[in-house]
Write a protein that binds this ligand. Structure first.
Ligand SMILES: CC(C)(COP(=O)(O)OP(=O)(O)OC[C@H]1O[C@@H](n2cnc3c(N)ncnc32)[C@H](O)[C@@H]1OP(=O)(O)O)[C@@H](O)C(=O)NCCC(=O)NCCS
Length: 274
């Protein structure tokens, strides 16, 4: 178990919980909670449960499932999950996120498997096709174009789909957000897709969200956007790139061909009282 979260005390508000978790993450050079939990803490929509020195972050999702990240030492892990189960009405399912080294919970059923893939930078040469222009995200004018393409590309996706303006704005208010790192590919005045880069402190960049409009898929733009994200990261001092992907996403082949390898996994398990 990687986390001994004894410093997480009972009286902290959401911002303090997030600050403590992010400090632990920096000390351990590991991500302890996922983006939905982080955003829910920042927006104040998370439910925080506690047991001993551990916490559980329950984040709402558009599909009505509560995503649960547990930051706890081995002795508190199960008790934090007990608290979460006791807190959420029985009719509402809970999705537990299990990172490498965490025990999971046999009361939950395995659901999805995510891969954390990575490679060193710089990456292969970027070639931008004729007719495509890559520009930085413009916060005053690009919000609805970006949401339209994102919700089209990720239709039905439990975390990345069905975003509203407030979902995007919650990420835009995160300390790491840099509009220049949200690379937008335009064909004339039509947004074809984008690659959103998140930078971590230790020279690591993440391909945070990459999506291509369904009307523009299969033309090499997804590959181009990943390469553009990698180019941007290299230019901004990163020497390693990571990304999260569903293990069964067809994009895994694309990432492998670009030299990405699996570094670790993240599983989701579902608790549902039928
Ligand atoms: C994944 C995604 C970004 C790829 O974009 P794209 O523009 O369609 O992909 P490209 O045309 O650049 O193709 C890249 C490679 O993937 C392959 N590929 C693309 N779609 C494929 C499919 N449905 N099945 C199999 N292979 C496919 C292409 O043949 C190409 O192979 P190559 O590297 O050997 O040339 C796009 O499909 C998308 O937005 N998907 C929904 C959102 C998503 O899942 N994002 C990734 C989250 S990790």
């Amino acid at each position: 178990m990687r986390v001994t979260a004894a410093c997480l005390t009972v009286d902290m508000d959401h911002a303090e919980v997030l600050a403590q978790i992010e400090q632990l993450e920096e000390e351990r050079d590991a991500e302890l909670i996922g983006d939905p939990g982080r955003v829910a803490l920042r927006r104040g929509t998370a439910q925080v449960v506690r047991s001993g020195g551990g916490v559980g972050i329950l984040a709402p999702t558009p599909e009505g499932v509560h995503g649960l990240d547990v930051v706890a030492g081995e002795g508190d892990y199960r008790a934090v999950i007990d608290e979460a189960i006791a807190t959420i009405p029985q009719s509402e399912p809970i999705r537990l996120w299990v990172r490498d080294g965490e025990p999971g919970d046999t009361r939950f059923t395995q659901e999805r498997r995510l891969l954390i893939m990575g490679r060193s930078l710089p990456g292969p040469q970027l070639v931008v096709p004729k007719g495509i222009e890559i520009r930085a995200f413009e916060p005053t004018s690009d919000v609805y174009e970006w949401l339209g393409v994102n919700n089209d590309a990720f239709e039905g996706h439990p975390e990345n789909g069905a975003w509203e303006r407030s979902d995007l704005e919650a990420r835009m208010s995160a300390p790491w957000f840099d509009p220049d790192g949200l690379r937008m590919a335009w064909e004339g005045d039509v947004l074809a897709g984008s690659c959103w880069v998140k930078q971590y402190p230790q020279g690591v960049g993440e391909i945070h969200v990459v999506g291509v409009a369904t009307s523009h898929q299969g033309r090499g733009l997804g590959k181009m956007l990943v390469l553009e994200g990698m180019r941007w990261m290299s230019e901004h001092g990163d020497d390693e790139v990571i990304l999260y992907t569903e293990a069964d996403n067809t994009a895994v082949g694309l990432y492998e061909r670009l030299g990405f390898e699996v570094q670790s996994t993240l599983e989701s398990m579902i608790y549902r009282v039928s």
